[in-house]
Each structure stands twice: as C-alpha cells, then as structure tokens.
Design a protein around this ligand. Sequence first.
Ligand SMILES: [Zn+2]
Length: 91
Amino acid sequence: MITQSAQPPLPFLTAGEGPPETARLASVTRRSVSPWIVRCQRCPDGEQFLSERPARRWAETHARHTRHAVRIEAPTGTDDVVSGENDQSHS
Ligand SMILES: [Zn+2]
C-alpha cells in the first residue's frame, strides 16, 4: 500500500489532480537548491544564479563583450546557448 504524506483521502479529487502534482514532484525531487549555471565555452568565466533573469543577463553581457558563446544550464536540465556573434555590426 502506497501512502503519500499529502495525499487527500478522497479518490474523486485525486483523479483530477494527477498531472500537475507529478510535474511539481519531478522538479522538487531533483535537488532542493538548483542554481542557474552560466558557463562560457571559450574562457573559464562563469557564474551561478538563483533565477533565470540575472543568469541570462550575465550570459548576454559576456557574449556581447567578448563574442564568446555562453551556455546557460537551467535547473530543469535544459541547456541554452547565448552566442555573441551577431552579424549586425554597423561598421
Ligand atoms: Zn568568455
């Protein structure tokens, strides 16, 4: 018999709330504190952030200044790469 701590004892309620609870559990089970990790692929530079916005800003700033490609590792396991090589140079 499987007994979850926060499981409601009402079967008709449980049936409707299956998918959201599963998704929430999956993200929590991985690690308690999962930072956003930005890592330059060209130089040893890198940082860790607790949210996406500053991580992305760091990556974009570094990419723009150095023209390096910076990888952003999300807590969910999804990777993203910010490339500083924009071909929109004015001069
Ligand atoms: Zn770099």
